[in-house]
Design a protein around this ligand. Sequence first.
Ligand SMILES: NC(=O)c1ccc[n+]([C@@H]2O[C@H](COP(=O)([O-])OP(=O)(O)OC[C@H]3O[C@@H](n4cnc5c(N)ncnc54)[C@H](OP(=O)(O)O)[C@@H]3O)[C@@H](O)[C@H]2O)c1
Length: 310
Amino acid sequence: MTLTVLFAASNEDWHNYSRALNKAFTEADLNAELVTNAPPDDVDYIVYAPTSALQDFSPYKNTKAVLSLWAGVERIVTNDTLTFPLIKMVDPGMTQSMVEWVVGHVMRYHLGMDSHIVNPRRKWEWHSNPLAQERQVCILGLGSLGTAVGNQLRRMNFRVSGWSRSAKKLDGIETFHGSDGLCDALATGEILVLLLPDTAETENTLNRQTLAQLPKGAFILNPGRGPLIEDAALIEALDSGQVAHATLDVFSTEPLPQDHPFWAHPNVTVTPHIAAATRPVTSAKEIASNIARGEKGEPFFNLVDRARGY
Ligand SMILES: NC(=O)c1ccc[n+]([C@@H]2O[C@H](COP(=O)([O-])OP(=O)(O)OC[C@H]3O[C@@H](n4cnc5c(N)ncnc54)[C@H](OP(=O)(O)O)[C@@H]3O)[C@@H](O)[C@H]2O)c1
């Protein structure tokens, strides 16, 4: 029997993914046809991005799972017409990209690169940088991305801590969890990295109260999602020096509006949601192997918990 896999994403995504997906299906011994259009009753799986016109899943009575091309599923998880399993993207290529983005920006702060590289007044100012083992990096969110980032920073000798919803044991990483653990986690956030999903519970995780729990002069990296931070509270914390600098990759409104104060703030770096794109070749293999699991009656990897929202 030939499986019908509906590709529901943008035309650009089709251009980028179709060849990689077809190759991955062949390599996984899947007899699957990748299409952009099919009668809903015939569709076995849907490869999906929220940029697709498909928003009503109710006609897809025989579909076994939706496989998201994105790691963040906040734009699909609340869709009540989706009643079958939703699988989020966990992609080794994306993970590597996130690790590289975070490590690069952590090193900018750690080495004080701005004062040496951007030095318009030609000041000969000598500072001895602390070593990595003297620098604390805290990661809010210890999922697939936060854990990979934490492990890499630990290998580089940083003192790494992290915070998650459930308790975790990770080699060499100090862990905190739950709302009771947030305050202690933030106190370790000399450099704070946000890798939480966007859910009702994580909205405004960084607000006036929580920003005040960070060590004075903390640095913030947000490659997670914009709503994790209350923008006005961050601007206040930057103006007061409570936060020394923030590098923000994601925003509540994207593209970041031209009149948003983040653009003009001297202590904010804006990057245009580039930290970690899904990579077609590596992600196609993950999609194919998850479909193969489904066909063998094995549980899917990376299922979204609809009640939790991630
Ligand atoms: N900027 C980019 O280019 C880019 C690219 C990819 C992903 N992202 C963002 O990165 C996010 C994280 O991705 P991921 O794959 O690592 O997600 P994940 O595997 O689902 O991990 C999410 C982590 O957040 C924790 N968490 C969730 N709700 C929480 C709460 N209320 N309190 C405390 N901790 C909570 C989870 O705790 P438990 O471990 O206890 O469940 C888990 O450790 C995505 O949701 C997406 O928004 C951004």
